[in-house]
Ligand binder design. Sequence first.
Ligand code: ZN
Length: 233
Amino acid sequence: MNKEAKRVLSFGTHPDDIEIGCGGTEVLLAQNGYMITHVILTSGEAGSDRIAPWELSAIREKEAIEAAKVIGAGGVEFMRYPDGLTGFTREMKVDIIRLIRRLKPHVLFVHERNESSLGHRVAGELVLESMQAASGPWFQEAGGGPWSPDVVLGYEVWHPLGRYELAVDIGATLETKLKALACHRSQTAGVRYDEAIRGLARWRGVMSLSGGDAEVFEVIKASPDVLLGSLVR
Ligand SMILES: [Zn+2]
């Protein structure tokens, strides 16, 4: 991969998904000079039975901006699709194609493809379909030229992946990941996210790295250059 211009685009259905799924790996990438942008597809307005949806979306967007800063991400884009996605439209696809062609990511993070949550799975399909379409001459109404990321990684949220191809040691960045997660106060008030994340990271670390803490990923795409580059140095 070209080490000069390195951009990461991470998609999450809800304002906290990205930090949960790939926050530790993102911190590592940010520390290595990658420019990271978060794209939040819904503002998570259905995430509380105590706070009204219109209030909650504003609160959660603020939390997402705060968390992205902790991670070291340079920007957050809010698509504001309705929480609880059951499908997507052509217009939504054009939005995401436009975004990919504008931001030209080398690395893309998205929900893994076998997500148990319907909202997460639909969001993942929207992003991967758009990514495919962004790589060719199609959907010219989205503007920009064809673009395709070199690496696409699928992350797990609360339903652990049965299979994965990549484990990343996040021992050095776990505390920053937890600090970012703690920004999502509307969500952490009733649930010990920190304990769940520590437990998952340690379990992943022990099973994949023989110790430490890890995040694991489904490798959805690795360009021939990246694959060969790691084989033939
Ligand atoms: Zn979510």
